[in-house]
Design a protein around this ligand. Structure first.
Ligand code: ATP
Length: 250
C-alpha cells in the first residue's frame, strides 16, 4: 500500500510497511512483527521522539565503539529490514564488523539478510559460515552460536533488538554490550553496559552522526566518556522522561 507522506502517522506506517515487505521477502520472522508492536507501544509513551536521556547513552556507546579493539554489530531480521544502509555506514565509519545472528534461525534467512547487507554496501558479513561458529555459555536459544572472528572475539558488541538472556551471557563472557531497546524495563535494557532507549530507525542514524563527530577524540577521552556513564542511573532518567511525557496527557 502506498502511504501518503501527509498522513499524520506516516513514519510509523511506513516502518510497518517495510517490515511487512521484509517478512514477505523472508528477511523478517513472523515473531519479529510482534516484537515490533511491543516496541511501537513504548515509542508512543515517549511521544515518538528520542528522549533526552538517550543522547547521553549514544555518546557513551560511540565512545565504547571507537575505543574497542574488535567491535561487532549484531544484525537480526528487523534491523536488516529497517536500517541496513545506515548500519553498513556505521560499521564502515567505526570501523566495526557486521554479523548476522538470529533468534529464529534458518540458513535461508541468514543468507537473505547477508545479501541485503551486501546490497547496501557491506564488504564482509560474518555469521553465515557454519564452520566458523563457537558457542557462548548460558544461552539456550540458537543465538548462542556466534562467529569465532566476530562476536566470539569481540570486546564490544552492539545489539539492536536483543533478548535478555544473550545480553547477560555476553556480559558474563567479559564483553561490553550496547543495546538499543525501546523498553527501558526489559531484561536486555537492564543487563546491557549502555542502553540506548530509542527506536532503531532514529538511533542508528544518530549513532552514525555522533560517530563521525567523536572520531577525532583521543583514546583517553573516549575511555573517560564510557567509564563515566552509569546505565542504571540513565535508565532511571529515561523512566522520568517517559513519566514526564505521560503526565502531559494526565
Ligand atoms: P527481554 O528478554 O530483554 O526482556 P523481551 O522479551 O521484552 O526482551 P523481545 O520480544 O525479545 O523482548 O523483543 C522485543 C524488544 O525489542 C522489546 O523490548 C521492544 O521494545 C524492542 N523493539 C522492538 N522494535 C524496536 C525498534 N524498532 N526499536 C527499538 N526497540 C524495539
Amino acid at each position: 500500500m502506498k502511504i501518503s507522506p501527509n498522513h499524520p502517522r506516516f513514519r510509523s506506517l511506513e516502518t510497518r510497511e517495510r517490515l511487512v515487505k521484509g517478512f514477505q521477502s523472508g528477511v523478517v520472522a513472523p515473531e519479529g512483527l510482534i516484537a515490533h508492536g511491543r516496541g511501537e507501544a513504548f515509542d508512543y509513551l515517549f511521544g515518538e521522539i528520542t528522549p533526552k536521556s538517550s543522547r547521553l547513552a549514544t555518546k557513551a556507546a560511540v565512545a565504547l565503539l571507537l575505543g574497542a579493539k574488535n567491535p561487532v554489530i549484531s544484525i537480526n531480521g528487523n534491523t536488516a529490514a529497517l536500517v541496513s544502509q545506515d548500519i553498513v555506514k556505521l560499521a564502515r565509519s567505526v570501523p566495526a564488523g557486521v554479523e548476522v545472528n538470529l533468534f529464529h534461525r534458518s540458513i535461508a534467512r541468514e543468507r537473505r539478510i547477508a545479501s541485503l547487507l551486501k546490497h547496501n554496501g557491506a564488504d564482509q558479513v560474518l555469521g553465515v559460515n557454519a564452520k566458523a561458529r563457537v558457542r557462548i555459555r548460558g544461552v539456550a536459544s540458537p543465538r548462542r552460536s556466534v562467529d569465532a572472528k566476530g562476536i566470539g572475539d569481540a570486546d564490544v558488541v552492539l545489539i539492536p533488538l536483543e533478548d535478555g538472556d544473550r545480553t547477560e551471557a555476553l556480559r558474563n563472557a567479559g564483553k561490553a554490550v550496547i543495546a538499543i531497546d525501546l523498553n527501558p524495563m526489559s531484561r536486555t535494557s537492564q543487563a546491557a553496559t549502555v542502553t540506548i532507549v530509542d527506536n532503531i530507525i532514529r538511533a542508528i542514524p544518530e549513532l552514525l552522526r555522533i560517530t563521525l563527530r567523536m572520531k577525532p577524540l583521543s583514546r583517553s577521552r573516549l575511555g573517560a566518556i564510557s567509564s563515566d556513564f552509569d546505565n542504571e542511573k540513565n535508565l532511571a532518567r529515561v523512566m522520568k522522561d517517559m513519566i514526564g511525557y505521560m503526565r502531559g496527557w494526565a
